[in-house]
Design a protein around this ligand. Structure first.
Ligand code: ZN
Length: 318
């Protein structure tokens, strides 16, 4: 079993599918690579954004529950997620956010990198970290952001926790992360590879109240595992360490196991395969509603419940 190679995807909650699409596609230049439904609640979309093909380490997914009340960030959850941008693109992104009237904080310095901090339409905290760490992505050439400035997949997530040690032990002992340093109340851990989504930061907030779940909350974060065999090895290892891990769930584009780490954050371990081209071609990604075969007989009923959306999938011809 290899050490975890980094983040696979991040799943969060939104309140309006169209506002979510407009922001992630038009402002951040992420491609809508899959339109499907929440498999546990098929009257709600599950929207996936990423690079051109939704490479692991670029995939951000949302459950847009219409009218969902807003969450409140607190302890026991992922309190921010960060994309990497090239170091030389910091000024370009500042101009881009200002031109879109998006209020941001920063740039602030964190572990030597410049960081911009802002919120998505539901108040989820997003950061752009200007970093020259290598990150290979498959650029979405039809998207609105020039390749030289495009997001380079995830840089990190920040977990807000009352206690550091129990959560750090799971990262290090169970998932193979390495502690790389501390800055103020922030402890940084690094995954084994040298590419996207390498860092987990723990912010130590001993007195913070628990978060309240809602729109803008990050529901869970998923770690990459290479295949089903390795995933089962992780399942056994995590259970042997006393963690309550689910059985393997078929998520159509990957297979998943879930567990809550000691600080309260929901973790998933997801396989890289089969990926988003399992049921549509690269050119077609995201362009129509995909349903797993067990929901196909209910397609008409499901489509009737879903809001009409404009996918903004292709570059406007201006
Ligand atoms: Zn997930």
């Amino acid at each position: 079993m290899e050490r975890i190679q980094g983040l696979h995807h991040i799943t969060a909650v939104a309140s309006d599918p169209q506002a979510n699409i407009d922001f992630y596609v038009e402002v951040l230049g992420q491609r809508l690579v899959k339109t499907t439904v929440n498999f546990d609640d098929p009257g709600t979309y599950h929207l996936y954004y990423g690079d051109e093909v939704g490479t692991p380490g670029t995939a951000l997914t949302f459950f847009p529950w219409r009218g969902m009340h807003r969450g409140r960030v607190g302890a026991g959850e992922t309190s921010a997620m960060a994309y990497a941008i090239p170091k030389a693109s910091l000024g370009w992104w500042i101009d881009h956010l200002m031109a879109r009237h998006i209020t941001f904080e920063g740039p602030i310095k964190r572990f030597g990198d410049s960081v911009l901090r802002f919120q998505d339409p539901d108040g989820m905290v997003l950061e752009l970290v200007a970093s020259d760490d290598p990150a290979t992505i498959q650029h979405w050439a039809d998207g609105p952001i020039p390749e030289e400035h495009a997001l380079r997949g995830f840089h990190s997530v920040t977990l807000l926790l009352n206690e550091v040690t129990p959560s750090a032990e799971v990262l290090v002992d169970q998932l193979g992360y390495e502690f790389v340093g501390q800055e103020d109340d922030r402890y940084r851990f690094r995954a084994a590879s040298n590419d996207r989504g390498l860092y987990i930061d723990i912010r130590h907030a001993p007195d913070a109240a628990r978060g309240a779940f809602g729109a803008g909350s990050i529901h869970h974060i998923a770690f990459r595992t290479v295949d089903d065999t390795e995933q089962l090895e992780y399942l056994d290892k995590l259970r042997a360490a006393g963690l309550q891990v689910t059985t393997v769930q078929d998520r159509q584009y990957f297979h998943s196991i879930y567990f809550r780490e000691p600080g309260g954050v929901l973790y998933e371990v997801a396989t890289d395969e089969p990926g988003f081209t399992a049921d549509e071609s690269v050119a077609e990604l995201g362009s129509s509603l995909k349903l797993p075969e067990w929901y196909e007989p209910r397609r008409a009923e499901i489509e009737a419940k879903l809001a009409t959306i404009e996918r903004k999938s292709f570059k406007p011809a201006n």
